[in-house]
Write a protein that binds this ligand. Structure first.
Ligand SMILES: [Fe+2]
Length: 345
């Protein structure tokens, strides 16, 4: 496995780059906007293809690199389903899996620091975001933070992991880079409490100043969605309502770009063909399945995904590949459901 821990000095943020092999797919966790050039250089140097960018929660101390990475690499942005970010490509819930080639992370909902905080578990390690820090815990005094929820997330979830599990947090201000669950259980001063009330007491009496960047970072991190207007302006978008009238039409091929887990959990539009976003590049090239479908049948390709981001990027790529009748459902399955569109399971 390729594993890199990268540091942003200005915010004390740790960013992680993971891949199962050189030349394979890469995942980045908690990227910082100012460091995007550095990440992309490293991605090139390691010969990786960045396919997913994940934020463990909506950050208050730095501007996320999610949007910039998506714009520059066409990767998928990922956050928890509770996030206040306007649009991310994929939202995960407790128990969902986040996969790239050769690697799978289990998402566990660990609110408390914020109400959209998730941790991501691998067999030997856990990315704890700001829920559990090295010899500390994430503050709980803004962004719907809740010390009781944090206690439950730490004691009820994270500390239940095997003691040898490596702990990789989203921040450190003292220079520590990694810990273990066993070490934190024994030596984290905030966890040496006898009850949830004692923990709450500690947390509400921290009296920390607000992060310097908070007034800038939070609004910026809530507005990271891909601008889909340009796609619509070119006539490549179909509103969910109008898409309902196209379903079943013989001249339309409806293509679901989501992953299997998303389809199983959220249902699908009846009659859609499944082609995950990751396999799009080869399928729209000459000889690829979508290319052949569009060329041999003259069908119009109608892409959709969860929120319209993957499909917007897919339309652009398909158009560039010469499949000029491609379009997508604006706002994805989310918009489809809101418009009362039928679902198949
Ligand atoms: Fe945070």
């Amino acid at each position: 496995m390729i594993f890199r821990q990268l540091f942003d000095q200005a915010s004390g943020t740790y960013t992680y780059l993971l891949a199962s092999r050189p030349g394979g797919e890469g995942l980045i966790i908690d990227p910082v906007l100012d460091k995007v050039d550095r990440y992309l250089q490293l991605v090139r140097e390691l010969d990786l293809k960045l396919v997913k960018a994940l934020d463990t929660h909506l950050h208050a101390d730095h501007i996320t690199g999610l949007g910039a990475l998506r714009d520059r690499t066409h990767c998928i942005t990922v956050m928890g389903e509770q996030t206040k970010a306007d649009v991310v490509s994929m939202r995960l819930g407790d128990g969902d899996k986040l996969s790239i080639e050769g690697l799978t992370l289990n998402a566990i909902y660990t609110p408390g620091h914020t109400d959209d905080s998730y941790s991501f578990v691998m067999p030997d390690r856990v990315f704890t975001g700001d829920t559990l820090l090295i010899r500390g815990t994430g503050r709980t005094d803004f962004q719907n933070g809740d010390p009781r929820a944090e206690y439950e997330s730490i004691f009820g979830r994270l500390l239940k992991l095997p003691e040898t599990t490596l702990v990789y947090p989203a921040h450190d201000y003292k220079g520590d880079t990694v810990s273990t669950i066993g070490e934190e259980k024994a030596f984290n001063p905030r966890l040496q409490v006898k009850s949830v009330d004692e923990f709450v007491d500690v947390m509400i009496n921290l009296k920390l100043p607000n992060p310097k960047m908070m007034d800038v970072a939070v609004p910026a991190n809530m507005k990271i969605g891909l601008a889909q207007d340009e796609i619509a302006r070119r006539g490549w978008a179909v509103k969910a309502q109008a898409a309902q009238r196209m379903i079943g039409a013989s001249e339309v091929a409806l293509i679901d770009l989501r992953e299997r887990g998303e389809r199983e959990r959220h249902g699908e539009i009846p009659g859609s063909m499944h082609l995950p976003y990751a396999s799009l590049p080869e399928s729209i090239q000459e000889g690829g399945v979508l290319y052949q479908l569009a060329r041999s049948t003259g069908k119009r390709l109608l892409f959709y995904c969860a929120f319209g981001e993957r499909s917007a990027m897919a339309v652009q790529a398909a158009q560039e590949a010469g499949l000029t009748a491609s379009c997508h459902i604006d706002g994805g399955l989310d918009a489809w459901k809101k418009a009362g569109g039928p679902l198949a399971r």
